[in-house]
Write a protein that binds this ligand. Structure first.
Ligand code: ADP
Length: 251
């Protein structure tokens, strides 16, 4: 079943600016994991923002983003949870982390504060934070980068979104912490039946987690296909170069 259908989507941030997205057409099925790969500036975050409906007002969008089951645009935070590269951008520095997660459940699920706090404690446990009860009372700055990202993930899924978008969510973390976050996303998506869009410049990392890979280059979709197929038989020279670059790093 199609969760999300994007048809001929183009985005410009200003009238005379080059297109940040140019004629993107793709579908995302309910429960699938799609990797969106491309170098910096290729349009990945713009695609995430367009899907979540959080592009700046000044951006001009043409084409369509349809949610057949919802029958309306998705609401960021409720229908779509997003985790960004820098958890500081989504966490409030002067609010205890447990309250931040509880606030999402309270605002979007209409839970009472006591139910929302209980849900937050459960979520902090689910994202495998140590001693979640104590940690819920901590301020963001008291946590490590990896712990902050786990809190950001808990907040992103607190409203039980259909779709989770991880936008370079592990890129600022060292390799071991990164692997832990990838395992966490894998488990959460599986256990909650969520759909995942995993955005990364790193095709090798994404391929550990996703069923299909979409490759963006200069605002265009240059390739999309099942992960194994893209890795083994890339159709575009650009996807081939991304794969070869990873092999170069590994050997
Ligand atoms: P990626 O996520 O792949 O790095 P982006 O979607 O962030 O790519 O950027 C695509 C293009 O849009 C780039 O040329 C970038 O400079 C431009 N861009 C992104 N966000 C904005 C913005 N808020 N205002 C103006 N231009 C932007």
């Amino acid at each position: 079943m199609t969760l999300l259908a994007i048809r001929d989507l183009s985005v410009r941030y200003a009238e005379n600016a080059p297109a940040a997205l140019d004629g993107i057409t793709l579908e995302v099925r309910q429960g699938e994991r799609l990797g969106v790969i491309g170098e910096s500036g290729s349009g990945k975050s713009t695609l995430a923002a367009a899907i979540a409906g959080i592009l700046p007002r000044s951006a001009a969008l043409s084409g369509a983003i349809e949610w057949p089951k919802l029958g309306r645009p998705a609401r960021a935070g409720a229908d779509v949870g997003i985790v960004f590269q820098d958890p500081s951008s989504s966490l409030d520095p002067v609010m205890r982390v447990g309250e931040q997660v509880a606030e999402v459940a309270h605002a979007h699920l209409g839970q009472s504060w006591s139910a929302a706090r209980a849900a937050a404690a459960d979520l902090l446990d689910r994202v495998k934070l140590p001693d979640p009860a104590a940690l819920a009372r901590a301020w963001p700055h008291q946590l490590s980068g990896g712990q902050r990202q786990r809190v950001a993930i808990a907040a992103a899924i607190a409203a039980e979104p259909k779709l989770l978008i991880a936008d370079e969510a592990t890129s600022a973390l060292d390799t071991i912490v990164q692997a832990g976050i990838v395992r966490l996303l894998d488990g959460l998506v599986r256990e909650r039946g969520m759909t995942l869009i995993f955005i990364s410049h790193d095709i090798a990392l994404a391929s550990q987690l996703v069923d299909r890979i979409a490759v963006l280059k200069d605002a265009r979709l240059v390739e999309i296909g099942p992960t194994e197929e893209v890795l083994r038989r890339p159709k575009s020279a650009y996807a081939r170069s991304l794969i070869d670059a990873c092999i170069g790093i590994d050997t």
